[in-house]
Design a protein around this ligand. Structure first.
Ligand SMILES: [Zn+2]
Length: 376
């Protein structure tokens, strides 16, 4: 009898785990257990975010924010060493989902079309590595680890068979590896001194739209969801399950818990003792629906992400880490242009340009940029 009881517990645990589309909530719980100060930092950032949103009520994005991405492929088998094309297919999904140019936006229920957002955030595979050298934005690391757990973040550390992060203030680090069978991905939200552990981890069979991807998580939405967490979005049901919690976004309906598969609209009308006849926003990227049944962020979620970038990830606002690497002079305008300033790869102004072996960017008043490296 006792053995049967243990077996039932094991089965129910594994069932629960098999459904773990996203590990971010559990990851944060582990983080808060080991670093109690994280909860305080989280509360402080929430206060700052709400203050920023209040102070920018009519905030209209003037320019698109482009986030430089480095994808670290950590592989134990040739199959896990996914192709450049598969990586690019994921970047394409991020760009479509965050700009609302994906074809399945027509599936958004009409009641929510008006609040569905073009987040005006784009992503590039970075063209410049931390040393100022040209790169395709992809690193490849062979490992003897057959799979990586979330506990302790071994994939983010070369000493445990993973790959060290690039500076997290400047890049979105995405690690792609074998996470085993139970977990699709997890992310670090922008609070606390997460530093070298900052970024997103995705299972190699849920990354992009081709190659090794597995249905029903084969349209790149695991990464769209996890990058949402990295930019401070929460699950629609808040931090607990079945608790009708709060995601701190005004235009998403209160939701009792996560949805799997593909629901039909409306689903769970009037749940959580509300008069919301539209029910759950199960097609939101921050739910757990199948990839093919997700198609929107809201305006409120967009504002929350932009606020998080302004509060916690400011280097993403101004940098030279996307583009074609070395930018050549526009010869037509060379005689008439005036130098405005010189910046380093992080976008910080440089007053002493006589530095050796360092990529510096000369910005001119005609909009042209020239990359120079002084060789001794
Ligand atoms: Zn999640």
């Amino acid at each position: 009898m006792k053995r049967l009881f243990i077996l039932i517990i094991l089965l129910s645990t594994s069932t629960m785990f098999a459904q773990e589309r996203c590990g971010t909530t559990q990851y944060l719980q582990m983080l808060e257990n080991s670093k109690p100060e994280i909860a305080t930092k989280r509360a402080k950032l929430e206060k700052d975010i709400q203050k920023w949103i209040k102070e920018n009520p009519d905030y209209q994005q003037k320019t698109i924010i482009t986030i430089p991405v480095v994808v670290h492929i950590v592989y134990a088998s040739p199959q896990q060493n996914i192709t450049d094309a598969q990586v690019q297919s994921q970047i394409d999904v991020l760009n479509k989902d965050y700009r609302r140019t994906n074809i399945d936006v027509i599936m958004t229920p009409s009641v929510w079309q008006s609040i569905a957002a073009d987040c005006e955030i784009e992503f590039c595979l970075t063209s410049t590595d931390p040393n100022g050298n040209n790169t395709n934005g992809i690193t490849r690391t062979q490992t003897s680890q057959s799979s990586f757990s979330m506990q302790g973040d071994p994939v983010k550390d070369a000493s445990s068979g993973g790959k060290d992060a690039w500076p997290n203030d400047d890049y979105l680090n995405i690690w792609v590896c074998n996470l085993g069978s139970s977990l699709l991905g997890y992310a670090t939200p922008p609070f606390g001194n997460i530093g070298s552990d900052d970024g997103v981890v995705i299972g190699y069979n849920y990354f992009g739209t081709q190659g090794t991807v597995q249905s029903p998580y084969n349209k790149g939405r695991t990464t769209t969801h996890e990058v949402g967490h990295w930019l401070n979005l929460e699950h629609l049901w808040g931090s607990g399950w079945g608790s009708c919690g709060n995601d701190n976004v005004n235009d998403t309906p209160t939701q009792e818990e996560e949805n799997y598969g593909c629901q039909a609209f409306p689903h769970n009308a009037n749940s959580c003792n509300t008069t919301n006849s539209n029910g759950d926003m199960f097609m939101n990227y921050m739910d757990y629906s199948n990839d093919g049944c997700m198609n929107m962020f809201t305006q409120g979620q967009k504002t929350r992400m932009i606020a998080a970038i302004n509060q916690s990830r400011q280097n993403l606002l101004n940098h030279n880490l996307c583009g074609s690497g070395t930018t050549f002079i526009d010869e037509v305008n060379t005689t008439e242009r005036t130098l405005i300033k010189i910046v380093d790869i992080l976008g910080k102004e440089v007053t002493n340009s006589l530095q050796f072996n360092k990529a510096l960017f000369y910005i001119f008043d005609d909009g042209s940029v020239e990359k120079k490296i002084r060789i001794p």
